[in-house]
Design a binder for this molecule. Structure first.
Ligand SMILES: *[C@@H]1O[C@H](CO)[C@@H](O)[C@H](O)[C@H]1NC(C)=O
Ligand SMILES: *[C@@H]1O[C@H](CO)[C@@H](O)[C@H](O)[C@H]1NC(C)=O
Ligand SMILES: *[C@@H]1O[C@H](CO)[C@@H](O)[C@H](O)[C@H]1NC(C)=O
Ligand SMILES: *[C@@H]1O[C@H](CO)[C@@H](O)[C@H](O)[C@H]1NC(C)=O
Ligand SMILES: *[C@@H]1O[C@H](CO)[C@@H](O)[C@H](O)[C@H]1NC(C)=O
Ligand SMILES: *[C@@H]1O[C@H](CO)[C@@H](O)[C@H](O)[C@H]1NC(C)=O
Ligand SMILES: *[C@@H]1O[C@H](CO)[C@@H](O)[C@H](O)[C@H]1NC(C)=O
Length: 918
């Protein structure tokens, strides 16, 4: 400390002294020493130098004057370094408080952005650069707290600190306040993605031209909208922030050029006053909870190049003037409620149009074919109709992203062999467009993503297609077609292939080793799974369910370290399960339901700590209850139904067993002895009603459910919804005996409880009347005696009740639900009385026995008599949807990225590119 302090002072003196001399100076020795020392602490990673052409420091050379080094500028009079610009120089290293960087005390501009100083905090020493006017440490992997010393830099005009992706930088509310108080010269403040956790203070310098802020909350101070010189305002991804649009004229000097308030909650209409912002070039209000129509005033913004209003609830028609705004190049109105037609349009500027997920209808406007500059056209998930001929798109020679999926469009190709889609296409999505053959793709040799799912493609994929796609295609979706054979998949860099629901026969085609997602379920594949499949070391999801695969499972499947989903349900596989699951296994979902597997449940499954779903139902497994599975912390679904499992069910003496379990299906085995009271004492997730499991509400899930509706058919959708709700215990069809433990009444989240077909004795515990969510209760075919507990009358969710074939007696309780059950709920209990049975129960409707009438329950409600829910189906649905959800997530993120590429492209063209887009 002492030494550093001393040498620091020394340097200051040198530079001050030299200042008095009038001879122009070359680099001072002390300055070059500091630079060289600094350079020594860093290494170069050329792979980081993507944003500039080369690394400045690599040209630094001791034998030359340091003032002539790239990125270094000296004061001509003093020879002190006043500017250091090492932005995007591929530098890697640590900058701590001892760094000789801090000896360059005369710096006025310091730019270290876009390097990799990971493990570095922003040192308080930065506060010593008292002459700094620019400090840029953004995207350089600095992490931790931003020191309050930054507010000493009172000359600063530009401060950019936004962190790198997935790096966390924090700024306290207090320090933000100090910073704004002291830095009165600020023009540009970039705190994008910084964790501020504060409200936004109202006192910004009136010089401010650029403001980018990270995670804040509260309400945007209206004063920001009135800053007279503000050109850029970006408060994106502040999802705890809300705001009100100024109703009158705002930003009165109309200086705003870029406005991005994505994610801020406005809960309002877009105001007419937006029309005053006549200098705007870019407006992004995505996911802002906007409603109502687009105001005509928006058409006053004639300089707008980029308009993004996706993920709102805007409705009405899209003003036709929108398609002739003279500067608009990127128009994104997806995920709203716009209706009406998409009219003929005439714009020389539009290059990217995204209107997906609305309710637009009619034919696609003919004029699209004239828009030869179009690069992206995304119209999926609307009600567009009619034939779209390939020739219609053939002239769009710049088009690289086209998505017409899920409308009522039929793609035609009248002039079959001579017209094809533009060769520029990189992403093509034509799901559910009545596509019958691939000929129209002959020129599309740059495709990296192709979705032709839900079409009518028959036979086999032609050889020319494989040849064209070999080097670039990464995502291929041909699911839900009528393909009959795929012998090999010669695509060198493919990451995801979806061939579900075709008519594929023969043996399993093995994709190349680049594959991460491979879906080939619902086909007619036969023969054994080749052991080559274990060479696919990048696999994340493998779905081969619902085929006719035979033979043993390659044991090595347990070794693929990144595999998260392995699904082979409903095949004819025999032999034993793989036993080689390793510690650190990524496996989340493991489904072997409906095969012919024998032997034991491998204990190495306890190495799969991420396991969510384990379904081994409907096999020939022979083992004791695998109580050790209880140690898996995330297991939600365990189905071992229909096997040959036996013995009593023990619980481990200690610990929190099955803490997340929501579905436990042990039915149709040969378990004996008492029901596992000690197990029911655990099962934490079944003891609390978790609202979040009932109401998936975030954006992702909304999309996900809609998409499932399209992918599955009506009936299955029902099942998919059930899966979030149905907490289930099914122990039916075993050889359990003894009493029903009253502790089962603590499992209040249960929706389905099935204990039927066992040898249970004694009374039904009244505690089961606490199962307020239970919709299906089956205790049939046991030896239960006594009365039906009166508390059952309050089970208002109960839709299915089966108590048949026991030895129950007395009066059937009365309650709203009990009016809906029919005789078959009770048959085989000769001594039961009351509605709906013929034997009455005293004076019907007027009975004094509390057991039979509780007037507080009110009049009879009409409720749908639900069909019994088949737990097996819901298990399969659970699994199936988790796959689909993942796949869809993949597509979404993809589309998102594409959109961003689109933006950047558009901006670059206009010279408006911003460095820190994520
Ligand atoms: C500066 O460091 C880079 C590597 O990080 C090295 O290539 C270069 O030679 C160094 N320059 C000097 C003058 O030491
Ligand atoms: C404000 O800046 C001055 C130097 O310009 C400094 O002395 C003072 O400590 C700073 N105040 C805060 C709160 O940082
Ligand atoms: C939009 O422009 C029209 C005509 O140019 C003008 O009358 C109207 O006041 C403007 N609206 C706003 C909100 O700027
Ligand atoms: C737009 O939505 C509002 C409710 O937010 C509704 O009152 C109005 O009728 C809708 N307009 C159209 C054209 O659908
Ligand atoms: C296509 O772009 C060029 C220049 O970028 C422009 O001159 C031309 O008018 C545009 N054409 C159409 C139909 O948009
Ligand atoms: C297709 O193009 C070939 C030459 O490339 C020509 O001979 C043939 O007549 C064309 N067919 C049609 C239907 O236009
Ligand atoms: C499945 O393939 C077998 C022969 O491999 C054939 O007999 C059977 O009809 C096929 N099933 C379907 C649904 O195509």
């Amino acid at each position: 400390m002492g030494y550093r302090q001393f040498s620091f002072l020394l340097f200051v003196c040198f530079c001050q002294l030299s200042f008095s001399s009038s001879i122009p100076h070359s680099c001072r020795k002390d300055q070059s020493t500091a630079l060289l020392k600094f350079n020594k602490t860093l290494t170069l990673d050329p792979s980081l130098v993507t944003c500039s052409s080369y690394s400045y420091t690599s040209s630094w050379n001791k034998s030359r004057d340091c003032c002539s080094w790239d990125g270094v500028i000296c004061d001509k009079m003093t020879g002190c370094v006043i500017e250091l610009n090492l932005s995007c120089s591929g530098l890697v290293g640590k900058i701590d408080s001892n760094s000789s960087l801090f000896q360059l005390s005369h710096l006025q501009r310091l730019d270290l952005s876009s390097n990799n100083f990971s493990n570095s905090h922003i040192s308080p020493e930065f506060g010593r650069f008292s002459s700094l006017t620019l400090l840029d440490l953004s995207d350089s992997y600095f992490s931790g707290h931003i020191p309050s010393e930054i507010s000493h830099l009172s000359q600063l005009q530009s401060l950019r600190l936004s962190p790198s992706f997935e790096t966390i930088l924090r700024l306290t509310a207090h320090d933000l306040k100090l910073l704004l108080q002291n830095l009165t010269q600020l023009r540009e403040l970039d705190l994008t993605s910084i964790n501020i956790s504060s409200t936004i203070p109202p006192n910004f310098s009136s010089h401010l031209t650029t403001l980018r802020m990270g995670n804040t909350y509260g309400i945007i101070p209206e004063s920001i909208f009135h800053l007279p010189n503000l050109e850029t305002l970006v408060l994106q991804n502040n999802n705890q922030l809300s705001g009100y649009f100024p109703k009158t004229k705002w930003n009165s000097s109309a200086s705003l050029i870029e406005l991005d308030l994505s994610g801020v909650n406005f809960s309002d209409n877009l105001p007419e006053s937006i029309g005053y912002l006549t200098s705007l070039h870019s407006l992004s209000l995505k996911n802002c909870n906007l409603r109502g129509p687009i105001p005509e005033a928006l058409l006053n913004l004639t300089l707008i190049e980029d308009l993004d209003l996706q993920y709102n609830s805007l409705n009405g028609t899209i003003p036709s003037g929108m398609f002739s705004l003279p500067s608009l190049s990127r128009l994104v109105l997806s995920n709203n409620h716009f209706s009406g037609q998409f009219e003929d349009f005439n714009s020389n500027s539009l290059i990217w149009i995204d209107l997906s997920n609305n309710q637009l209808q009619g034919h696609l406007p003919r004029s699209i074919q004239n828009h030869v500059n179009l690069t992206g056209l995304i119209l999926s998930f609307n009600n567009f109709s009619g034939h779209v001929d390939v020739s219609f798109l053939a002239d769009l020679k710049q088009l690289y992203y086209l998505d017409l999926s899920y409308n009522r469009i039929s793609l035609t190709n009248e002039n079959k062999h001579n017209v094809t889609l533009p060769g520029s296409l990189m992403s093509l999505q034509l799901a559910a467009c009545e596509v019958k053959e691939l000929e129209f793709l002959r020129s599309a040799k740059l495709l990296w993503q192709l979705d032709l799912s839900n079409n009518k493609i028959q036979g086999r994929i032609p050889d020319w297609a494989w040849t064209n796609w070999m080097f670039l295609l990464q995502r291929l979706n041909l699911s839900h077609n009528m393909l009959e054979s795929v012998d090999s998949i010669p695509l060198l860099f493919i990451e995801a292939i979806d061939l579900r629901s075709n008519l594929l026969q023969g043996s399993l085609p093995i994709p190349p080793i680049s594959i991460r997602f491979f879906f080939i379920s619902h086909n007619n594949l036969t023969e054994e799974i080749p052991s080559d499949i274990c060479n696919l070391t990048s696999l994340v999801m493998l779905d081969m369910a619902r085929n006719n695969l035979k033979g043993a499972i390659p044991q090595c499947l347990g070794n693929i370290s990144g595999l998260e989903v392995l699904d082979v349900h409903h095949n004819s596989l025999s032999g034993t399960l793989p036993t080689t699951f390793r510690i650190g296994s990524a496996l989340k979902s493991f489904n072997f339901h409906g095969n012919k597997l024998e032997g034991k449940i491998p204990q190495s499954l306890t190495n799969c700590k991420q396991l969510d779903v384990l379904d081994l139902g409907d096999n020939h497994l022979s083992d004791a209850f695998p109580v050790w599975l209880g140690t898996l912390p995330k297991l939600k679904v365990l189905s071992l139904r229909s096997n040959k499992l036996h013995g009593s069910i023990r619980s481990l003496p200690t610990g929190n067993m099955f803490p997340q379990l929501r579905i436990l299906d042990l039915s149709s085995n040969a378990f004996t002895k008492n029901l596992p009271t000690s197990l029911f004492q655990h099962l934490k997730a079944m003891r609390t009603v978790d609202q979040t499991m009932n109401a998936p509400s975030d954006e992702g899930n909304r999309y996900y459910q809609d998409s499932v509706a399209l992918i599955t058919k009506g009936l299955e959708l029902e099942v998919v919804r059930i899966l979030f709700l149905y907490t289930t215990v099914d122990l039916s069809n075993n050889k359990f005996e003894g009493f029903i433990p009253s502790i089962m009444g603590d499992l209040i989240a249960l929706c389905v409880l099935n204990l039927s077909h066992n040898g249970l004795q004694g009374h039904i515990p009244p505690s089961l009347g606490s199962l307020s969510s239970v919709e299906s209760l089956d205790l049939s075919r046991n030896h239960l005696i006594g009365e039906i507990p009166a508390r059952f009358a309050s089970l208002t969710s109960l839709e299915v009740l089966n108590l048949s074939y026991n030895h129950l007696e007395g009066c059937i309780p009365r309650g709203p639900q009990f009016y809906t059950f029919e005789n078959n709920s009770y048959e085989g209990n000769d001594r039961l009385r009351g509605f709906p049975l013929s034997k009455g129960c005293g004076n019907d409707g007027n009975d004094s026995e509390t057991n039979c009438h509780d007037p507080s329950l009110g009049p009879r409600r009409d409720r749908r008599m639900g069909k019994p829910k088949e737990p097996q189906t819901s298990l399969i649905a659970y699994h199936y949807t988790s796959l689909v959800a993942e796949a869809i997530k993949m597509t979404i993120s993809d589309k998102h990225n594409q959109g961003e590429i689109g933006t950047k492209g558009a901006r670059k063209k206009k010279g408006m590119i911003h460095k820190y887009h994520r």
